[in-house]
Design a protein around this ligand. Structure first.
Ligand code: GDP
Ligand code: MN
Length: 396
């Protein structure tokens, strides 16, 4: 589950990480009250207004702007709230901005220069450990740093049993070129950030930029957080943060039906039972020259109702040119699944794309007969390769 910046910052604040003071606003009518309170609380009337959408690169798209007075604030907020924001990370249609974060501007002038760094914590799947990735090149998009100057990105693996060790936090602060007060602040920042990441069961905490203010404080100016869905049951207080409006509507519907569905860009819909088989099936589709349109694990009970629900979800994607059903009948009987496919086909009426069905396991022969004897554009395949060839045949 992805969080908005303001939600991620709430987790950070709970763990003692410095973040700007601010408020979230979704109604322009509230602006007078809110700005009055903010000015009193912060003692400044320079603010940054930031669109809250589940995508980065907002600054580039005009979703992050500075207001230098209370009056200016209203204009800036009204120019962002309700806008359609297009960034390098949204689709080309962009996203409607339903909320903004108004926060104190922390780039104030002072005794030293401000500096922007990049710090993220994520799961390194190669080592099976959490990893801190960091760079002096903050504020800009890290992908282009990785491409052009990869030597400016550093990595620190963290042993999950030991947690982050003091020398590791010091090494990071040192590599970022800090000394004196800002060095100490960065050491503290890194340790608290790691604590936030672990205790919230996140799989990503990306802070870009981390700011060294002109008075040498270290602060999280942005926060991109992904919580591990499998651990959400341990955090009831986070469920209120799920923003269904920001999520893919088909994925939301699938979750309600208890189906494990991830939307992808390709042209072959797949319906599979078991995550491992689903991955292998997606490889198979690639190999045959197609591109998977989705990941869909219908789970252990591939009964007629679920099969029909899965077809309905897959067919919502206009890019789907063919569907591959690849189900292993272990507990579930293949003939039941085959009958479920035929019934779903009849019930849905609008299936116009060819369907290739590979059913292996209990009663596979009976299942094949059911598929072969129906008079729709449904083809059976017994072997993996046969299914791949069939896909190629119907696509080209
Ligand atoms: P993103 O573009 O979606 O990654 O949004 P960020 O929160 O990272 O903001 C984009 C850029 O706006 C940052 O890299 C900063 O340079 C700038 N920015 C963010 N907050 C402030 C602020 O409080 N004051 C000023 N002057 N600039 C800010
Ligand atoms: Mn950012």
């Amino acid at each position: 589950m992805n969080l908005h910046e303001y939600q991620g910052k709430e987790i950070l604040a709970q763990h003692g990480v410095n973040v700007q003071r601010g408020v979230v606003l979704d109604d322009l009518n509230e602006i007078e009250n809110v700005s009055k309170k903010l000015v009193e609380e912060t003692g400044t009337d320079w603010f940054v207004v930031k669109a809250q959408i589940h995508a980065g690169g907002r600054g580039k798209g005009g979703g992050v702007k500075i207001a230098k007075s209370k009056d200016d604030l209203k204009d800036v907020v009204s120019s962002i709230l309700g806008m359609n924001l297009i960034t390098p990370q949204t689709s080309k249609e962009g996203k409607l901005v339903r909320k903004v974060l108004i926060a104190e501007d922390v780039y104030y002038p002072g005794e030293s220069e401000t500096e922007e760094f990049y710090v993220s914590i994520l799961l390194n799947r190669k080592t099976g450990q959490n990893m801190i990735m960091y760079s002096t090149e903050g504020g800009v998009d890290i992908e282009s740093v990785a491409e052009k100057t990869p030597e400016l990105i550093f990595y620190e693996d963290i042993d999950p049993l030991l947690g982050i060790l003091p020398f590791q936090a010091r090494k990071i602060a040192f590599n970022l070129g800090l000394s004196g007060k800002s060095f100490k602040e960065m050491v503290k920042f890194i340790s608290l950030l790691y604590k936030s990441y672990v205790s919230s069961d996140s799989s990503l905490f990306e802070i870009n930029p981390v700011l060294k203010t002109s008075d040498n404080k270290i602060m999280a100016v942005d926060a991109k957080v992904t919580l591990d869905d499998n651990a959400l049951f341990r955090h009831n207080d986070y469920s209120k943060w799920r923003d269904l409006k920001e999520e893919n509507p088909v994925e939301v519907e699938a979750r309600e039906l208890g189906l494990n569905y991830v939307d992808l860009d390709g042209n072959v819909g797949c319906m599979v039972n078991g995550a491992g088989l689903a991955m292998a099936t997606m490889d198979l589709i690639k190999q045959s020259g197609g591109d998977p349109a989705n990941f869909l694990d219908v789970g252990g009970t591939a009964d007629a109702k679920r099969v029909e629900a899965a077809f309905r979800l897959i067919l919502k994607d206009p890019n789907v040119k063919a569907i591959l059903v690849n189900i292993f009948g272990g507990i579930v009987r293949c003939d039941r699944v085959a009958q479920g496919i035929v019934d779903a086909y009849n019930n849905l009426k609008n299936i116009s794309v060819p369907i290739i069905v590979r059913l292996q396991g209990t009663n596979a022969e009976i299942a094949k007969e059911i598929i072969d004897n129906c008079d729709f554009k449904v083809y059976s395949a017994t072997e993996f390769q046969e299914a791949a060839d069939k896909i190629q045949e119907v696509l080209y």
